[in-house]
Design a protein around this ligand. Structure first.
Ligand code: HEC
Length: 125
């Protein structure tokens, strides 16, 4: 009977370990939930602004840098946005990011841009 109790204790301990490990991973930023907005903040906000409205010195006078107005010069579907972010637009200050971001980061930031365009991202400070 003692062996049975031991086994039960072992089981309980390990069962508890699972949520604890999950918690640590989440707190440590292992979750990729906000990857898109993080990349945007670091690589894109200097021109496009955190809210994507392009109210920045670098993008002033370039209406297509506003990513929230629903006006697109390079195409509004996800594929066109992805291509533009990857390859840039040589005729404008919009740089290519294919070499500077991993495929995961590229995909995440494009998802973020698509959300900005739909106005579903709450304004950030
Ligand atoms: C150096 C400034 C700069 C940076 C950094 C920058 N952009 Fe741009 N971006 C621009 C400008 C300027 C335009 C407008 C291009 C034009 O006028 O044709 C633009 C255009 C775009 C467009 C197309 C809008 C349209 O109407 O077709 C998308 C999408 C975009 N940028 C996404 C991004 C993303 C995502 C990042 C970060 C990974 C980023 N940009 C970083 C300056 C920048």
């Amino acid at each position: 009977m003692a062996a049975m109790k031991q086994k039960l204790l072992f089981f309980q301990r390990h069962l508890l370990a699972v949520p604890v490990v999950c918690l640590i991973l989440t707190a440590g930023g292992c979750t990729k939930k906000n990857a898109g907005s993080e990349v945007f903040k670091k690589k894109c906000a200097s021109c496009h602004g955190l809210d994507g409205k392009a109210k920045t010195k670098l993008a002033q006078g370039r209406p297509f840098a506003d990513l929230t107005d629903g006006k697109w010069s390079h195409g509004s579907d996800r594929e066109s946005v992805f291509k533009l972010v990857a390859d840039g637009d040589p005729k404008s200050p919009m740089p290519p990011f294919r070499e500077r971001l991993s495929p995961e980061e590229l995909n995440a930031v494009v998802d973020h841009v698509m959300k900005l365009a739909q106005g579903t991202v709450p304004p950030q400070k």
